[in-house]
Write a protein that binds this ligand. Structure first.
Ligand code: HEM
Length: 191
C-alpha cells in the first residue's frame, strides 16, 4: 500500500479529522473507496504545494502530444516551443486556473452531488470555446498523470497511481457529460 495510515497521521493529515473520527462510508456513485479518497486527498496536498509548476507541466505535455489543440488558446496559441510555453505568464495563469478547478473537484469528491454540479458546469462552459470538441477533454488524461508523477516523484506509488487514474477518469467523464448535456439543452444536438 502506498498510502499508509502512519504517514497520514504523522504528516499529511490532521489527527482529529482523519484518524480519531471514522470517515463516513463512500457514496456508491464515487469511483473511490473511503480509504482511496483519504489517500487521494493526502497525496493531492503534495500537488497543491506545487500547483502552478504541475499545471504548466501538464499543458506542456498536452501540447507536446497534441499540437493541433494549441490554436484553441487565444492567449498563448502562438507559442510553438516548450521553452516559450514554459516561460509564458498567460499559460501559467491558465494552467493554474485549470488546476484549481481540479482541486475544487477533488476536494468535493466527498459530496458527489456538489461534485457533479461543479464539474459538469465547468464542462458546459467549454461551449464558449470556438472549435472545442468533447473528445478534447480526454487528451488531458495522460498529461495529467505524467505531471502528477513528475511532481510526486517516489510518492507516486502504484497504489497512488491507481487512485489518480480513477479520479481523473471520473472527472473527465463528468466534464464530457456536462458538455454533452449543455449541448442538448442549448438545442445544438448534432445528428
Ligand atoms: C481537466 C480538464 C479541464 C478543466 C478542469 C478545464 C477548465 C477550464 C476552465 C476553468 C476554464 C476557464 C478559464 C478562465 O476563466 O480563464 C477553461 C477554459 C478553456 N479550456 Fe479548459 N479545462 C479542461 C480541459 C481542457 C482541454 C483538454 C482543452 C483542450 C483544448 C481545454 C481548452 C480550453 C480553452 C481553449 C479555454 C479558453 C481559454 C481562454 O479563455 O483563453 N480545456 N478550461
Amino acid at each position: 500500500m502506498g498510502c499508509e495510515l502512519s504517514k497520514l497521521a504523522s504528516s499529511e493529515f490532521n489527527h482529529h479529522d482523519a484518524i480519531d473520527r471514522p470517515p463516513p462510508p463512500a457514496d456508491p456513485r464515487s469511483p473511490l473507496t473511503t480509504k482511496q479518497q483519504y489517500c487521494m486527498l493526502a497525496s493531492w496536498k503534495g500537488i497543491f504545494r506545487q500547483i502552478e509548476k504541475t499545471g504548466i507541466l501538464l499543458f506542456i505535455k498536452l501540447f507536446e502530444e497534441n499540437e493541433d489543440l494549441l490554436h484553441l488558446f487565444e492567449k498563448f496559441g502562438e507559442l510553438k516551443t516548450a521553452e516559450a510555453q514554459m516561460s509564458s505568464e498567460e499559460l501559467a495563469e491558465h494552467a493554474t486556473k485549470v488546476m484549481h478547478t481540479l482541486d475544487e473537484g477533488i476536494k468535493g469528491l466527498g459530496d458527489i452531488d456538489t461534485f457533479f454540479a461543479y464539474i459538469r458546469h465547468v464542462g458546459a462552459t467549454h461551449h464558449q470555446v470556438p472549435g472545442f470538441k468533447a473528445e478534447n477533454f480526454w487528451k488531458i488524461e495522460q498529461p495529467f498523470l505524467q505531471a502528477a508523477q513528475t511532481t510526486l516523484g517516489e510518492r507516486y506509488t502504484p497504489n497512488i497511481e491507481t487512485i489518480y487514474k480513477k479520479t481523473i477518469k471520473f472527472i473527465l467523464e463528468n466534464l464530457v457529460k456536462g458538455y454533452e448535456d449543455a449541448k442538448v439543452e442549448n438545442g445544438k444536438a448534432e445528428s
